[in-house]
Design a protein around this ligand. Structure first.
Ligand SMILES: Cc1cc2nc3c(=O)[nH]c(=O)nc-3n(C[C@H](O)[C@H](O)[C@H](O)COP(=O)(O)OP(=O)(O)OC[C@H]3O[C@@H](n4cnc5c(N)ncnc54)[C@H](O)[C@@H]3O)c2cc1C
Length: 702
């Protein structure tokens, strides 16, 4: 619950990315009155917040004293450079009298019927009393970003106004011809959709499962220059990746954070000390000396002081250097949400089953809605295949005889309790088995170890983790952390991913290039393959540049070309200073561990979750102890993060599947119940969804 102290101290801001759940409480705000009545207002949100004034000092927490607050979006459709989406009209109802309620609740509200807080009017308002029109107020977001007003090129041609975070339906997608259809909701598809939408293209993104359900949630979760690519001489890639690391830390500080690494060198290691030292200098150079900190070479003592559990026998020394870690799945979701904010339509569980052609050119796709079973056709001027390891399969829909572009390799990770290794920082080391560079990476109380890099013929949707892969990772780690004595019983969970690497018979799996390629197929479909999570933004820009050229070639229209993908923060990334949000969470009674967890995972958007829990304290309940997630996050996942199944919530949004010993099985039913309230599921459907998750755990569980 949070208080309304009167207009001067109550703060509600609306960011269009936050969709219809605009009740973001971000601390004390100044609320400035606008001098004129707005032309047309639309009700965006109505919520009852705890009214401390009415409750009195001794009943501050008593939830029975509710004061309604309405947030009304400015709907001035005239182009006006002064208007920004963050400017909104807020209506505070009289705290005691309910004047104006009927008018506002009706939907569109005319200026003269707006009610205001009686404190502001300086008069007692009685029930049903008329209220003057100057009451609408403009609120400024406390964070100083200015979002330019983006207008559809042809007003009305594309439903840009629909920035709902609900999954787009087949009917909505089929209603309009798109400029760009992006197939695949991994990091590349999401990045392309965001870039295209920011450039004003009418963009659709379809994903056959959940966002990030492919490779993009199965990575090593590193946003890194790629120290080991130096060995392959891929300096251009490292330079670009280092630049992207800086950008991603800036636009999504909550999702991409700096990570110090210790790299020990033991006798007989493939990488000697001098070679490591040379690599470190080059790595800093390719980061233009703008990494978190420059590297430091360490002697044996320095390494053991940093990481006492490392094997001391044969230890020669090593180095400390810096990269960044990320929440890969959340990075995809945030990027897709940003695309929606900029006007893209995003539909998960929407599979492309065929491609539409006119005169040999690909002009759309046949879709299957995997949640309803419906099928339909959508049209688009340019189609982009961003399906990662599935890319060759989708290319064959365009050209049955298309030569494969990919030669994927499989990589697995295992999760163990961090206390078993007791490492403080991330560890990079060479495996004594085959000399490959491996990582032990911290993740809260857990550590994940990876990765393998092996050729495989397994299809992307049937990847398995073999016992050999696990044994390889554990044996390599035990050799460096002798007291850990890890065995397969210590493995809490595993994940396997397929690197969509460019075909290159001349290199072994580990040495195959991480560069990307953009290929135009026989029907004009653009296919993106290769690359890394880290460089997605740069690759997306390249794809959209080509798509723009293609569009201009087709219709001769010049479109504006700038997309500030490197400046616009991703949702939740508006600031790295979250202290005011932290205080607010604690004030609302959110347990400190959950406050930290929410800020870490959601950035500024944690405020929305605090609000949910504040409005309904039952949502403060933990989802599954000792994990700090609270039930309000389930609601948030459905309303704002396009979650459609229990698996979407527990695997990719909460990572509970990987992190909790029971993989979230014991709470599948409860999570389904919470989702049901948002998605309108009945008792039968709740049961079905919970069982589907249990089947998933049995099938995938380690
Ligand atoms: C083990 C491993 C570790 C890695 N570690 C790192 C790392 O630490 N840092 C880094 O930068 N990179 C890393 N990578 C690489 C990085 O993860 C990938 O390059 C990146 O995730 C690929 O993204 P994508 O969008 O191309 O593919 P994906 O994430 O696989 O997305 C493709 C999507 O297309 C969808 N799709 C397929 N067919 C259809 C269809 N017919 N209709 C609709 N949708 C469809 C799929 O469901 C899928 O979600 C790693 C990769 C692996 C495997």
């Amino acid at each position: 619950m949070f208080g309304i102290h009167g207009l001067e101290s109550f703060a509600t801001v609306y960011n269009p990315e936050w969709g219809d759940q605009a009740g973001q409480l971000t601390g004390t705000q100044q609320v400035r009155a606008r001098g004129r009545a707005p032309a047309r207002l639309t009700l965006r949100l109505e919520k009852c917040f705890h009214n401390e004034q009415a409750a009195g000092r001794d009943q501050l927490e008593d939830p029975r004293h509710l004061g309604p607050v309405k947030i009304i979006e400015y709907q001035n459709r005239i182009k006006n450079s002064e208007l920004r989406p963050l400017a909104l009209e807020v209506q505070l109802h009289p705290l005691h009298g309910q004047t104006g309620r009927g008018a506002a609740a009706a939907g569109d509200v005319e200026g003269e019927r707006i009610a205001v807080c009686r404190d502001h009017l300086g008069a007692q308002l009685g029930r049903g009393q008329a209220v003057p029109p100057f009451s609408a107020r403009q609120i400024e977001h406390p964070i100083t970003h200015t979002y330019p007003m983006s207008m559809p090129e042809k007003p009305g041609a594309w439903p840009h106004a629909r920035r709902s975070l609900e999954r787009a339906t087949l009917e909505q997608l089929a209603a309009h011809r798109a400029d760009l259809l992006v197939i695949g909701g991994g990091i590349n598809g999401a990045g392309i959709a965001r870039d295209a939408a920011m450039r004003g293209l009418r963009t659709i993104l379809v994903e056959q499962n959940d966002l990030a359900s492919g490779t993009s949630s199965r990575s090593s979760r590193l946003i890194h220059g790629g120290l080991r690519y130096l060995e392959q001489g891929e300096f251009g890639l490292v330079l670009e990746a280092n630049r992207e690391r800086r950008i991603l830390r800036r636009i999504a500080p909550h999702l991409v954070w700096p990570l110090p690494f210790v790299f020990p060198v033991h006798e007989g290691d493939r990488i000697s000390r001098w070679r490591l030292a040379a690599g470190m200098i080059l790595y800093d150079l390719l980061a233009l000396f703008r990494n978190v900190r420059p590297h430091r070479l360490l002697g044996k003592r320095g390494i053991l002081e940093a990481e006492p559990m490392l094997r001391d026998r044969g230890l020669l020394g090593g180095a400390r250097y810096y990269d960044a870690q990320c929440d890969d799945a959340r990075l995809v979701i945030a990027t897709a949400r940003s695309a929606i904010h900029h006007g893209a339509h995003v539909a998960t569980y929407m599979a492309v089953r065929g491609l539409e052609r006119t005169a040999g050119r690909v002009v759309g796709a046949e879709l299957e809605d995997r949640l309803t079973g419906e099928r339909g056709v959508i049209r688009a001027s340019v189609v982009v295949n961003a399906t990662g390891p599935w890319a060759d399969r989708v290319r064959r829909l365009e050209d049955a005889g298309a030569a494969p572009l990919l030669q994927p390799t499989k990589g697995i990770h295992v999760i163990v309790e961090r206390s078993r290794l007791d490492h403080r920082e991330a560890i990079a080391f060479t495996s004594p088995i085959d000399g490959r560079v491996m990582f032990v990476l911290p993740w809260g109380d857990l550590s994940y170890i990876g990765t393998t890099d092996t050729d495989t013929a397994e299809p992307p949707d049937e990847l398995s983790v073999s016992a050999d892969d696990i044994v390889y990772l554990l044996r390599s780690t035990n050799a460096r952390f002798p007291s850990a004595r890890l065995s397969v019983e210590d493995v809490r969970a595993t994940w396997a991913g397929l690197r969509p690497l460019l075909a290159d018979q001349s290199h072994t799996a580990s040495n195959r290039t991480r560069e990307h390629a953009l290929v135009t197929g026989s029907g004009g479909m653009l296919t993106l393959v290769g690359g890394k999570l880290t460089t997605y933004r740069a690759m997306a820009a390249e794809v959209v540049d080509l798509a723009m050229r293609e569009l201009r070639h087709r219709d001769g229209r010049q479109r504006h070309t700038d997309a500030r993908t490197d400046e616009d923060p991703l949702p939740g990334g508006e600031t790295a200073d979250l202290s005011q949000f932290r205080d607010r969470g604690l004030e609302l009674g959110v347990p400190p561990a959950s406050v930290d967890h929410l800020l870490r995972h959601y950035g500024t958007e944690a405020a929305g979750i605090f609000n949910l829990a504040g409005a309904d304290r039952r949502l403060l309940r933990p989802v599954l102890e000792p994990h700090p997630a609270i039930e309000a996050e389930v609601i948030h996942a459905v309303r704002r993060e396009l979650a459609q199944t229990v698996e979407d919530v527990l695997v990719r949004r909460f990572h509970l599947y990987y992190e909790h010993p029971d993989h979230g099985a014991s709470v599948a039913h409860r999570v389904a119940e919470l989702m049901a309230e948002e998605l309108g599921w009945n008792a039968g459907r709740i049961q079905e969804e919970a069982e589907r998750y249990l089947q998933f755990v049995i099938r995938e569980g380690w």
